[in-house]
Ligand binder design. Sequence first.
Ligand SMILES: [Zn+2]
Length: 254
Amino acid sequence: MTVARNAIALALALLAGRAAAGETPVEALKRAYPDAVAASHGDTIVFKDGTRLDTGADDPAKSFDERIAHANLRDMFRLAYPKGAALAPPAINFDPGRFRDKAFFDRLYGDCRKGEVEKRLVAVTWLAKSWGRAVKFAPEAAAALGAVSAEIDAMPPSIKHAAYPTAGTYACRGVADQGQPSMHAYGAAIDLNLDYSYYWLWDTNGKGAPHWRNRMPREIIDAFERHGFIWGGRWYHYDTMHFEYRPELSAPAR
Ligand SMILES: [Zn+2]
């Protein structure tokens, strides 16, 4: 049943091929990053500094591995993020949000290997009433993280304990299985309590198919999704303590 339902969800997502509320990729990027993306012309976005980035072609022959390693902006929107959906094992290779256009995020947040990211990070107090330590985050995403923190902090201890201590935010590193920068390299991702975490690569040791499981409470996932974050537990290649700021895929509530 679950497999059939997920296959249908995947087919719908592929058909949609676009972001929340029927936006095109350029519309979603303009809405999500208004301080960085000034305009769009057809399939090209224009940054505030005048530089441009094309969405690239939609190539049906491009493989999953190629999209993971070299995603363009169109690939980024290929799988619609199922914000608010029931928690269930994702269909094979349904990884909405793991296709990331490196050129776009380098332009947005900087290149950590050139020291451009770390100097811009700001401190956000994570769960002031429960844990109360500062984490470093990208300025574009700091207010959203603060709003998530306030919501989780008001939850019962049995739920919010999955959210601390955090396992980290900024780290200038690539994703373990692909070598591409993760959103941690931009200071726009947070890992929560390691004790509540399942990660496909640790579970499989790189051999065999991921078998999804999860202990992250629904209330915490909902809080992040309300503020423009996506959750790594919605991926076939799951990472259930991981949340990253991707308002182009998870439109914040208005
Ligand atoms: Zn992470």
